[in-house]
Design a protein around this ligand. Sequence first.
Ligand code: F6P
Length: 359
Amino acid sequence: MRVAISTGGGDAPGLNAVIRAIVLSGLRRGWDVFGVERGYAGLLGSARFITMDRESVKGIVRFGGTILGTTNRGNPFRWPVRQADDTWIEVDRSDEVIESFRQLALDALIVVGGDGSLHIAHQLCQKGLPIVGVPKTIDRDVSGTVMTFGYDTAIQTATDAIDKLHATAESHQRVMVVEVMGRNCGWIALHSGLAGGADVILIPEIPYDMERVYRKIREREAEGRHFSIVVVSEGARPKEGKVTVKAAAQVGGAERLGGVAEVVAAQIAEGTGKETRSLSLGHLLRGGSPTTFDRVLGQRFGTAAVEAVADARWGHMVALDPPDIVLVPLEAVTGAPNQVPPDADSVKTARAQGICLGD
Ligand code: F6P
């Protein structure tokens, strides 16, 4: 067997654990294992490949990022091409991916990616490529799996940051508004907010009303609590309002969210008279050494993907269905993202303790 691995989309802690598990368990089966560089981009034009051996994955489990590199502008079905007049168009280069795969005499491709990369994997499968998927994202928004690796590290980083912000917020009697990633899913905000003892948590699934936020901060003031911590997900939006966008979608890519913390902080300062500061944790959440959970889940996913390849379960992705790792069809990722249900236990837990969710 000649098996290739590619990592696509935003990096997530635990990716290297997946790569190492695939390489080690693949080699033990006597397979040749290759790493494709920078996601699907590595299969276009002159393919960029690394032959993976034990040495190439030595000691990488504890490192964030991906040794294979990645990109989130590498959709071969919507490849951006600059025209002579400086405008951009999208071109379908998926046939080139299939051609590279054939030329390299590969038998299987393991795609480690978020919903975008797995959606592309599904499309490539439909065109005949033998693919197995591995879900990855800090956002925990991929449907079909209870958990993705990367998320646990991200919420740990966010919780540490919120803990640190408490000290300065309390000392200065300020409101601190901290923005976390998550795209259209509020898991990172909700769980790091709960863990960090936030007073207000704003998530995309529950559009907020700033009057509720002011009321919570005023109530705390009246109780002699002169500081507040607000955790806001980058995709949160006001009732009858829009998400805050940092950069509009470019050809071949998606719009970049960001900036909502600044907007919310300005409103809080205006609406409550409290001195308020904001910050965005941004890409910090994607970095760092993966937690034990993410290292183990990554390795479980990697070895399950190798088993799926051995069993020719093309068009499936590995998924966590506790306590098991199972296989689900790749179509699972093409539906709605895994958003926080409004009646989720974590939402109830927040409400029961008087945390304001903005509604
Ligand atoms: O999907 C992971 C993620 O980190 C999102 O939380 C965030 O919106 C996005 O990627 C940022 O992407 P980029 O790396 O293009 O800034």
